[in-house]
Design a protein around this ligand. Structure first.
Ligand code: ZN
Length: 469
C-alpha cells in the first residue's frame, strides 16, 4: 500500500504535468506510474468528529478499517483525543492490516520519508490517543504515565505488531534516543527515560536468535539490500527525511531505494507480506505553500511505485496507491497548453496583476494588500525559489488539508474492487478480501475451503432431507 500524504487530485494533475515538462513535453498528457493502473476510484476521507481529516484518523481508516476521531491512531471513535484511559479499553483497540498479515504467517514492514513514528506510519502499528505522543517525554508532559500509555516509538520497538516488522525505514532517530544522546549526524534525542530504543530493538532481535542490522545512511542501506538480515531498521535523519530536491544523495536514500530494499527483504516469505510505503512530505510542502516541492515529492512516490511494479508480479501482488486527505492547492486559470506548470497564468487579474497557475486557498504565503490590489509576486527577489511560497487568500501559519475525495489506484488481484466512490475505511477490508486476510478472509476468493459454497451445500442437503420427510 502506497500513501501520498496530502496527495490531492489537483496535486496529481500538476505533478504529472511537471513530470512531462521535465521530459521536454507539453506535460498535461504525461502519466504518473500508478495512473497506468487498470482501476481508479475515489475515497471519502472525513473522520468521525471532523469534516476534514488529519493523517491520524485517516490512517486508522485506511489501515484498520474503522473511522476514528482526529488525532487518534489505532483506536475507535469511543476514544477522544488525549484520553489515555479510554485508549486502553480492549474493545477500543484496533488491529491493522499489518497485524492481520502477521497473524496469517506473512511478514510486514513500513517505509516512509517522515519520522517512522509520525501519524501515517504509526497507523500500521500504534494504538494511541494522541498522534503527538511520539516519545515518552510528550506523554509525560501531557500528564500521563508512559508506562501506562506507551509512546509511539516504544510501541514500535516493544509491542505487537511493530516488534514483528521485518523492515522499518524512514526518519525519526530523535524519538528513539534520550536527551543528551547525539545521533550519528549530531541530532539530539528527545526521550527523558534514559533509554536507547535503537539498541533495545537490536537486543530484542538478538534475543530471538535472528540476524539484524541498524543502518543510518544510504550506503549502509544498499549494503543491507545486497545481504539482507532477518530484521532491518533504517533511520536516516533525526526528524523527517529531507525533501528529495534538498537531500544529500550520498547519505540519504530515495523513497524508491527504500521501497526496493523492503520488497527484496520481505519477498523471502513465501506466504507474502504487507508493506506500507509513504511519500510523507507532499503534505509538509503543501502546508508551507511550496508547490514545487510538493509536486517533486509526488513524482518521487510515483518512482517508488514504478520500482515496486517492476519487482512484483501483477498476477499475485496487489498494489494500492492512494492519499490520506487532500490539500487546498488550486490548479487554476485558462493558461495555454504546455505552459510552465510552476509559472504564471497567461491571464492577469482585474488589476492586471499576474497570478500563478498553482496557488492556495490558505496558508503562510498570504501577502498584504494595503491598496486593495494583490501584490505582484513575480517581482519578489526569491520568486520561484524552492522555498518561495505561492500566493494565498486566507492568512494562516500553516496551510490546511482539504475535504475533497482522494483518488485510489489499484493493480493486481481483485483490482476492480477499488472502483467507485466509497468510505476510506473500506480500503483495508478490500485489500484483506483480495489477500485473504483479516475479517474479509472468511469469504475471500482464494481461500482454501470454498466458504461460500459450504453453507449452500448444507442448506441443499437439509432441504433434500425435509423433502424426503
Ligand atoms: Zn498535514
Amino acid at each position: 500500500m502506497f500513501i501520498g500524504d496530502g496527495m490531492s487530485v489537483p496535486t496529481l494533475a500538476a505533478a504529472r504535468t511537471l513530470l512531462g515538462q521535465r521530459n521536454d513535453r507539453p506535460g498535461e498528457e504525461a502519466k504518473l506510474s500508478f495512473e497506468k493502473f487498470p482501476t481508479a476510484g475515489l475515497s471519502k476521507t472525513y473522520c468521525v468528529d471532523q469534516q476534514i481529516a488529519d493523517s491520524a484518523c485517516s490512517a486508522t481508516a485506511y489501515l484498520c478499517g474503522v473511522k476514528a476521531n482526529e488525532g487518534t491512531i489505532g483506536v475507535t471513535a469511543a476514544v477522544e483525543r488525549r484520553d489515555c484511559a479510554a485508549s486502553l479499553r480492549p474493545d477500543a483497540r484496533l488491529d491493522s492490516i499489518a497485524a492481520w498479515a502477521l497473524a496469517d504467517g506473512r511478514d510486514a514492514g513500513i517505509v516512509t520519508t517522515t519520522r517512522v513514528t509520525h501519524a501515517s506510519p504509526a497507523g500500521v502499528f500504534a494504538k494511541i490517543a494522541n498522534r503527538d505522543w511520539e516519545n515518552d517525554d510528550s506523554v509525560r508532559r501531557a500528564g500521563h504515565d508512559p508506562a501506562r500509555c506507551p509512546d509511539i516509538a516504544q510501541q514500535l520497538v516493544h509491542e505487537k505488531p511493530g516488534n514483528q516488522f521485518k523492515v522499518i525505514l524512514g526518519g525519526g532517530r530523535r524519538e528513539f534516543l534520550s536527551q543528551g544522546t547525539l545521533d550519528e549526524e549530531g541530532g539530539a534525542g528527545l526521550r527523558t527515560d534514559g533509554r536507547n530504543l535503537i539498541e533495545e530493538w537490536q537486543q530484542d532481535k538478538r534475543a530471538r536468535n535472528a540476524s539484524q542490522r541498524y543502518v543510518w545512511n544510504r550506503s549502509q542501506l544498499l549494503a543491507a539490500q545486497a545481504d539482507p538480515p532477518d530484521y532491518l531498521l533504517g533511520l536516516f535523519e533525526p526528524s523527517h527525511m529531507q525533501y528529495h530536491l534538498e537531500a544529500d544523495p550520498a547519505t540519504e536514500p530515495t523513497l524508491a531505494e527504500m521501497t526496493e530494499t523492503a520488497i527484496r527483504l520481505l519477498s523471502r516469505n513465501e506466504r507474502g507480506f504487507f508493506l506500507f510505503v509513504e511519500g510523507g512530505r507532499i503534505d509538509h510542502a503543501h502546508h508551507d505553500n511550496y508547490a514545487e516541492l510538493a509536486l517533486d515529492e509526488t513524482i518521487e512516490l510515483s518512482e517508488a511505485v514504478a520500482r515496486a511494479a517492476t519487482l512484483l508480479p501483477e498476477r499475485d501482488s496487489l498494489l494500492v496507491v492512494t492519499a490520506d486527505h487532500a490539500h487546498v492547492m488550486a490548479f487554476n486559470g485558462y493558461t495555454g497548453r504546455g505552459s510552465d506548470i510552476l509559472g504564471v497564468s497567461d491571464s492577469r487579474d482585474r488589476d492586471q496583476v499576474p497570478y500563478m497557475t498553482l496557488s492556495y486557498t490558505n496558508g503562510p504565503g498570504h501577502r498584504a494588500q494595503p491598496d486593495g490590489r494583490r501584490a505582484d509576486v513575480t517581482a519578489e527577489p526569491d520568486f520561484r525559489a524552492l522555498h518561495w511560497r505561492s500566493h494565498v487568500e486566507v492568512p494562516l501559519s500553516s496551510e490546511t488539508h482539504g475535504g475533497d475525495d482522494v483518488a485510489v489506484f489499484a493493480r493486481g488481484p481483485q483490482h476492480a474492487l477499488f472502483s467507485g466512490v466509497y468510505e476510506q475505511s473500506q480500503l483495508p477490508h478490500l485489500m484483506g478480501y483480495a489477500a485473504c486476510l483479516g475479517p474479509g478472509a472468511r469469504a475471500c476468493p482464494a481461500s482454501a475451503a470454498p466458504p461460500a459454497a459450504a453453507p449452500l451445500l448444507l442448506l441443499l442437503a437439509l432441504l433434500n432431507l425435509a423433502h424426503r420427510l
